[in-house]
Write a protein that binds this ligand. Structure first.
Ligand code: ADP
Ligand code: MG
Length: 558
């Protein structure tokens, strides 16, 4: 591990200020240490030798009091600025991480463990506290205090300063050796922790299924095993940590003892004065102290740095849509997909090859094909959730990869294959894309989605529990239809009628066809479905075969 993480230091504006403040405070702290040692040595020597009485020592004693006060203040200020900077940097990193994850989209997320990511965004980023509040100020002190102390000692007694200069570098050398080992065990521990959270989340998520198949106990055993791994790696880190503290303390103590013996012998010989000897003795431990404390804070900081490196890895992932071109209105240009190929990481076979279709303004195009043909993947690419491996998606002559992601999604209304509802009222769920929609608009959207029997005020549980699959689908459809009345130009529907009875399906499809062709506000509608009714309602049917390229059939099918 490098002593300072350059990426982290450059990553946020709050950091620069924090570093400057730390250096300033470090210099004040060093000066205070030196002045305090000088005053102490003077007062003790004068009292011991009887060369001054209390009245003449009043000045130095008062000054000593002031210096002690200054040291306390500096310590407070260091902690205060460090904590504040830590809070700011963490907030900024977390915001950037979450923003970027949103940009990367569900396609990226699907290939990762969400427990992992949750762990990274919460505990991982929090682990940076130790880095900012403990390690970084200590690092600055370790750079500033020892040199100044050595210079002050050198002015008083060259030999003692020489002993310190020789022994002091041993501390960082040992620290580097220890840090080398720590880094590995720290990374190990962190990955064990992530594995643990991932497992736990997974088990909780699938508890009903696990119970039903009688696998609950086996999963508990797995969690126990992973927990045990975590315990082991934590203990490994602690072992290294204790051992390294021991080594550092020993080096520092022996070095101070060396100075004490050497100064003591010369004091007995009368070759140095009492005040000088005292000054050297008081200053010697101060030269080692910041380095020792740096070593102690190192382990806690290493965890934060492990996490920071992973945050950086996520931030370095390129987002599928990262352009900034203005998006033309899709309801005017239409959408064309040409030879699209989608691949998911870790899969040898592409999820979709040769996806070609066009949806013109006011058109309802049905995309059909067997399960696993890549229909949902095509929709994910249009939404900018996955990066196409080949082929293009265009709005008129503008390439989708060049447009601004947020502006593009403003125009898209999407009903996913497995609609996600939030724990709120049905009305709130419908309003998700248009927060300021009136009650009438919400009711209208529910009616259009054939969901008028649902009470908009009904409160839903986690992920919409409390509704049947068909009801969920219609709420999601109402949400998308509402979005289309406000700026939405492209309606993407992934098997929206899968759970509906034939009569309701007919009704929904009629509404969709009608909405697509509405004269003053035409839409582009891409509808994924299996059933005949879907094909009948469409202006055109695009068949996706697997494997092999797409066959396009023009005209209304028989
Ligand atoms: N997130 C993903 N990661 C890896 N493979 C995926 C992912 N999503 C889909 N696939 C694979 O891509 C292929 C096409 O899936 P999909 O687009 O969902 O098909 P369809 O919607 O036509 O049923 C399938 O073989 C599926 O296993
Ligand atoms: Mg699908």
């Amino acid at each position: 591990m490098r002593p300072l993480d350059r990426w982290l230091l450059r990553s946020t504006g709050a950091m620069r200020w924090h570093l400057a403040a730390s250096v300033g405070l470090g210099v004040v702290a060093a000066a205070a240490v030196i002045v305090q040692a000088g005053l102490l040595a003077h007062v003790i020597a004068a009292t011991f030798l009887g060369t001054a009485d209390v009245a003449t020592l009043r000045g130095p004693l008062l000054a000593l009091l002031v210096v002690v006060g200054v040291r306390a203040l500096v310590t407070w200020a260091q902690e205060a600025t460090a904590t504040r900077a830590a809070a700011r940097v963490k907030q900024e990193l977390r915001t950037r991480l979450l923003d970027h994850v949103l940009d990367l989209g569900p396609g990226w997320l699907a290939g990762r463990r969400s427990g992992d990511l949750a762990q990274l965004a919460t505990r991982g980023v929090d682990a940076l506290d130790a880095y900012f509040a403990g390690y970084l100020p200590q690092f600055v002190l370790a750079c500033v205090v020892p040199p100044l102390v050595v210079v002050r000692m050198g002015l008083a007694d060259v030999l003692s300063a020489a002993v310190i200069v020789v022994t002091l570098p041993l501390v960082p050398v040992f620290m580097a050796l220890v840090g080398w080992t720590t880094r590995r065990s720290m990374d190990r521990r962190w990955s064990d922790l992530r594995r643990l959270s991932h497992h736990f989340l997974d088990v909780l998520d699938g508890l009903p299924v696990l119970r039903a198949y009688g696998r609950g106990r086996a999963q508990a055993a797995t969690v126990r095993r992973v927990t045990d791994d975590y315990r082991r790696s934590t203990l490994a880190v602690l072992r290294v940590s204790f051992l390294s503290s021991f080594v550092l303390e020993l080096t520092a103590s022996l070095s101070v003892a060396l100075v004490a013996v050497e100064v003591g012998l010369r004091l007995l010989d009368g070759r140095v004065g009492l005040e000088t000897a005292l000054l050297v003795l008081i200053l010697a431990p101060e030269a080692y102290l910041p380095l020792r404390q740096l070593g102690a804070g190192y382990h806690a900081a290493a965890e934060g740095l492990s996490a920071a490196a992973q945050v950086r890895d996520v931030l370095d992932e390129p987002a599928p849509l990262r352009g900034s071109t203005d998006v033309p209105h899709v309801a005017e240009t239409g959408l064309s997909v040409e030879n699209l190929q989608v691949r998911y990481p870790g899969r040898s076979r592409p999820a979709l090859t040769g996806g070609t279709l066009r949806v013109g303004p006011g058109e309802l195009v049905a995309l059909v094909g067997p399960s696993g043909a890549g229909k949902s993947s095509l929709i994910a690419a249009v939404l900018g959730f996955v990066t196409p491996a080949a082929g293009r998606i265009q709005l008129g002559d503008v390439d989708l990869t060049d447009v601004d992601a947020a502006a593009w999604r403003q125009q898209v209304a999407w009903v996913p294959q497995r609609p996600r509802l939030v724990s709120a009222s049905i009305a709130d769920n419908v309003r998700l894309g248009v927060p300021d929609a009136s009650d009438e608009e919400v009711l209208g959207a529910l009616r259009a989605a054939a969901a008028e029997e649902l009470d908009p005020a009904l409160w839903l549980g986690e992920d919409g529990s409390g509704l049947s699959a068909g009801q969920r689908q219609r709420v999601a459809l109402a949400r998308a239809l509402l979005r289309c009345t406000r700026g939405g130009g492209l309606l993407l529907l992934d098997e929206p009628t899968e759970h509906l009875d034939p009569a309701t399906e007919e009704r929904v499809l009629r509404t969709l066809a009608h909405r697509a062709r509405e004269p003053e506000r035409p839409l582009c509608v891409l509808l994924v479905g299996h059933r005949d009714a879907v094909a009948r309602a469409a202006d055109r049917v695009v068949r996706l075969a697997t494997p092999g390229p797409l066959v396009i059939e023009l005209g209304v099918p028989a």
